[in-house]
Ligand binder design. Structure first.
Ligand SMILES: Cc1cc2nc3c(=O)[nH]c(=O)nc-3n(C[C@H](O)[C@H](O)[C@H](O)COP(=O)(O)O)c2cc1C
Length: 185
């Protein structure tokens, strides 16, 4: 066998989401590791080789730019449902991460692949990110919270109107490990 299947099984079954409040706040991961993780992401299966993913990486001062963007957009868009604690969370939580990757689906120009398949391919890429983060001993999670589904987000994350923002992947060093999880058979 080419791979150590015991280790691969263990990696897949012990990968956990690690949330920002479990990170070593703001401790920076080497950019070269993030690049390797993103190379793994783009080896995901994708129908007709459309490679529909689009990632934008925020780190260092970019984390503050990200935090300002999402908190101010929330303030602008939320109107009467505005909540001060949500605004503060959007402003402060990104700074706990080392890197935040925005997850985009870029629609292929001739649209010969159904949109759902392009989204599915990006989800496969995100699973590659999850497993790679775990294999490096780092922590992270995919969030579709924050401004993911708000209006007026796309251009900031390098997307056009026909594309989709699918959320954000936060990555950091782990201070507090996630609890053991369960799955139904
Ligand atoms: C498409 C998608 C969206 C998610 N969005 C959120 C989110 O907005 N907030 C959150 O806390 N977790 C989010 N998660 C992470 C899940 O909470 C997590 O995967 C789940 O609790 C199972 O835990 P595990 O990843 O450790 O197996 C998301 C996961 C997926 C696949």
């Amino acid at each position: 066998m080419q791979y150590n299947i015991t280790e691969i099984n263990h990696l897949i079954r012990h990968r956990r989401s690690v949330f920002p409040n479990q990170f070593m706040a703001g401790k920076k991961i080497d950019d070269d590791i993030i690049k390797e993780i993103l190379i793994n992401a783009i080896w995901a299966p994708n129908h007709a080789h459309t490679e529909p993913w689009f990632f934008k990486v925020f780190c260092n001062k970019g984390l503050q730019t990200f935090a300002n963007f999402q908190s101010e957009l929330y303030k602008k868009e939320s109107g009467t449902s505005f909540k001060e604690n949500k605004y503060l969370k959007l402003q402060t939580q990104p700074l706990l991460a080392s890197h935040i990757i925005s997850i985009g689906m870029k629609r292929n120009a001739d649209k010969h692949i159904p949109e759902i398949e392009e989204i599915e391919a990006v989800a496969c890429a995100v699973q590659n990110i999850y497993l790679s983060v775990s294999a490096y001993g780092l922590g992270g999670y995919w969030t579709t919270g924050g401004v993911t589904y708000m209006n007026n987000t796309k251009s900031f994350f390098g997307l056009e109107e026909e594309d989709k923002l699918l959320g954000f992947f936060y990555i950091g060093y782990v201070a507090v490990a996630s609890a053991v999880a369960k799955r139904k058979p």
